[in-house]
Ligand binder design. Structure first.
Ligand code: ZN
Length: 216
């Protein structure tokens, strides 16, 4: 944690120097700068729980999805293939999305169902095989809310909603088209209504809500 602390101090000192030179109210400006520095200079901490192996994890991930070496090992271990026990590092963009969601729900544990899948039965094109996908839920938070937030906020992603299994699938797919689906009755239903609703501009929301109320 030392590098983070050092970085934070340097930023605070720089902010203090700037306010002394240019602001008649140095204390307030410095307080704002310090708050900003605190927010962006620290990684996001995640509490993880493995639904299958019942193991817990606590990791810190930077907003761009990068991690330090010990965390890298821990993430590889936590999200390893359940069937083969082989490890692969989860894509940094997938981790960035997971960290972003974690930051939205402070104090909540991310319960993950699946990460890396390297077993024979896994499709060659599966983002799980490529260590780009995680299936998860957050107890006490509506899956719909997580699903819509991720779909609205990110591009070059896959977002799958599994209402029966009670989890959301996310994957990073750089340079590829977005893909949204609902998994129901053993099948993926692509281009679901929720994916259109989640990305509609705010001004159209009342109309879409009316439609939703009508059962579409
Ligand atoms: Zn998945």
């Amino acid at each position: 944690m030392l590098p983070i602390v050092l970085k934070f101090r340097l930023m605070s000192m720089a902010a203090a120097g700037w306010t002394a030179a240019s602001s008649p109210v140095p204390l307030q400006a410095e307080a704002v700068a310090t708050l900003f520095a605190t927010h962006t200079a620290a990684p996001i901490e995640l509490d993880l729980y493995d639904e299958n192996d019942h193991q817990k994890g606590h990791v810190a991930i930077w907003r761009d999805g990068s991690v330090d070496d010990p965390t890298r090992d821990e993430i590889k271990r936590l999200f390893r293939c359940r069937k083969t026990h082989r490890e692969a590092m989860i894509h940094h963009r997938t981790l960035a999305m997971l960290a972003d969601v974690a930051e939205r729900y402070p104090g909540k544990t991310i319960e993950y169902v699946s990460g890396v899948r390297l077993n024979r039965g896994e499709s060659r094109t599966s983002p799980h095989r490529d260590a780009r996908a995680i299936d998860f839920r957050i107890r006490g938070v509506q899956l719909r809310e997580i699903r819509d937030y991720l779909w609205r906020t990110y591009t070059e992603v896959g977002v799958g909603w599994y209402p029966v299994g009670q989890f959301v699938h996310i994957d990073a797919r750089p340079t590829m088209s977005d893909c949204a689906w609902t998994f129901l009755n053993g099948t993926n239903h692509y281009h679901p209504t929720w994916s259109y609703l989640a990305r509609k501009p705010e001004t159209e929301e009342p109309f879409m809500q009316a439609r939703r109320g009508a059962g579409s």
